[in-house]
Design a protein around this ligand. Structure first.
Ligand SMILES: C[S@@+](CC[C@H](N)C(=O)[O-])C[C@H]1O[C@@H](n2cnc3c(N)ncnc32)[C@H](O)[C@@H]1O
Length: 278
């Protein structure tokens, strides 16, 4: 989840790679094709959207789910993307074809600016774990659904060893804030916890299950810097000097060799997926 604060990034020729732009731009450029888009394909398949449906995507980020949903519901349907972060929404707008009419809303998932019964489907991919008031957000998702509306939530975890290696190394080489972020990203994968939370919010027919996903990522050094520059970790890591970053890269890439297949990082990440009806 890119932070709002950081904007321009330096160019890191040291690593033979150039990272420019905001964390939100790098999220769309690197994180989306490597991770968010393959996960979104599964979410959209589960949602089984129909032509004409009104869809809300909560914590939409740069809009990968929004655009897939808009293709499914067609011109007779509608799609709204809600996110707290204006930087993510700005990239979402610019990444969306001009003939795709999307309602982008900057708002908190815990208090949504929509009337009751406004949507047939609510989606939320890899966002709920960041929301402090999870029950409030789920109650809001239920409130804005029609009487027979449905919600589909996807959250990542448990923390895969590949990410544990990177987070531990950043914490050791640079500072403990990295561990806090790493814990938060994978903090909400417990199937029973998500099922109970959805039931507590009033959803019925709740079905929560673990659906692990195999991801093929870029080669180690590329993915390391792409991930850092797409997330709030950039705030911590990019303020250090070249020697620290070189040591970090060597450490992580050495440990990641066990995940390399044909030059690419390949690993399984847990995904917890839950569906429920109003
Ligand atoms: C990892 S990104 C996921 C974005 C998108 N769903 C995807 O799969 O690419 C998490 C998003 O949650 C958003 N977010 C975090 N807390 C939020 C809140 N309380 N209300 C709305 N959005 C929130 C962040 O701004 C960020 O865009």
């Amino acid at each position: 989840m890119p932070s709002k604060g950081r904007n321009e990034m330096n160019v890191h020729e040291t690593y033979g790679k150039s990272f420019r732009g905001t964390a939100a731009e790098n999220y769309q450029r690197y994180f989306v094709p490597a991770i968010a888009a393959p996960v979104a394909d599964d979410l959209i398949a589960t949602a089984a959207l129909r032509t004409g449906e009104r869809v809300l995507d909560v914590a939409c980020g740069t809009g990968v789910v929004v655009r897939l949903a808009a293709e499914r519901v067609g011109a007779s349907g509608s799609v709204t993307g809600l996110d707290l972060n204006p930087g993510m929404l700005a990239v979402a707008r610019s990444a969306t074809p001009t003939d795709m009419s999307i309602d982008w809303q900057e708002a908190n998932a815990e208090s949504m600016p929509f009337a009751d019964h406004a949507f047939d489907v609510v989606l939320c991919q890899m966002g709920l774990q960041f929301v402090p008031g999870k029950l409030a957000a789920l109650r809001e998702m239920r409130r804005v659904l029609t009487e027979d509306g449905r919600a589909i939530i996807v959250v990542p975890g448990p923390k895969p060893p590949l990410f544990a290696i990177m987070i531990d190394a950043i914490a050791r080489h640079i500072g403990p804030e990295a561990a806090t972020f790493g814990e938060l990203v994978f903090s909400m994968h417990d199937v029973d916890e998500l099922r109970e939370l959805m039931r507590s919010a009033g959803f019925r027919d709740v079905d929560a299950r673990a659906l692990p996903k195999i991801l093929r990522l870029p080669p180690p050094a590329d993915f390391l810097w792409q991930y850092i520059c797409s997330t709030p970790l950039s705030d911590i890591v990019l303020r250090t000097d070249d020697a620290v970053r070189t040591a970090l890269e060597q450490d992580v890439c050495a440990q990641w060799q066990e995940f390399v297949q044909d030059g690419y990082l390949t690993f399984e990440v847990g995904m917890t997926s839950a569906t429920g009806r109003k």
